[in-house]
Design a protein around this ligand. Structure first.
Ligand code: SF4
Ligand code: SF4
Length: 211
């Protein structure tokens, strides 16, 4: 029927309006900021940088590859890459960002930076209270402001964070297995070289007996 959707919407609004005088469930608004509605797991506002462990600076997952900076449509990410490397949370030497700023007054919350990051280093936050009286520097969030722990990530996006942790652990397991296989192959190669050197020094066993 023509206009059925509009009538349904209006009746729901009317039902909520009158019933809200009698039942709290029908009250669709809250007295913000005293009251807040909990954000949904799928909510996204601005990006943040994930770190592992207790030290935000040492534990940043970002390796300063700058892919997100290049892919960000409004170009609101500014990164400066380190010239040296330092161990990441699992002890692997990595470059790191000496500067990582996001201008949240320009960010359009598209999540492209999150999608393109190969290191699970940048995720979407649910914090929407980022107003500032200073209209320029107040919205340019630096790496310290952007850094939030993996535990925080688990609090706001538990399902997604658990699957990211599982994928990272699978990658680490693969790396451990590859390192163990390489160490075994190197050891076998070294043992074969020692054996070959011994044979070269003493000569073949049969040749010695015949001579
Ligand atoms: S969410 Fe989109 S606009 Fe915001 S920093 Fe990421 S890529 Fe840029
Ligand atoms: S957040 Fe990810 S994509 Fe962006 S620079 Fe860091 S590692 Fe690269």
């Amino acid at each position: 029927m023509l206009g059925e959707g509009i009538l349904k919407g209006l009746s729901t609004t009317a039902m909520n309006f009158f019933a809200s005088f009698f039942t709290r469930e029908r009250l669709t608004t809250v007295q913000y900021p005293e009251e807040r509605i909990a954000t949904m797991e799928s909510a996204r506002v601005f990006p943040f940088l994930v770190y592992d462990g207790g030290d935000w600076e040492a534990g940043l997952r970002c390796v300063s590859c700058q892919i997100c900076e290049k892919e960000c449509p409004p170009k609101c990410i500014y990164i400066e890459k380190s010239t040296d490397k330092k161990p990441d949370a699992v002890g692997k030497p990595q470059f790191y960002p000496t500067r990582f700023d996001i201008d949240v007054s320009v960010c359009m919350s598209c999540q492209i930076c999150v999608e393109v990051c190969p290191f699970e280093a940048i995720k979407m936050d649910v914090d929407y209270e980022v107003s500032s009286a200073e209209r320029f520097q107040g919205f340019l969030h630096d790496r310290k402001q952007l850094a939030k722990s993996n535990e925080y990530y688990h609090q706001i996006h538990p399902t997604e964070a658990a699957s990211v942790d599982a994928a990272l652990e699978a990658d680490r397991e693969k790396a451990r297995a590859a390192a163990a296989a390489k160490a075994a192959a190197d050891a076998a190669k070294a043992a074969a070289a020692v054996e070959a050197a011994k044979v070269a020094k003493t000569g073949p066993v049969d040749g010695g007996a015949n001579g």
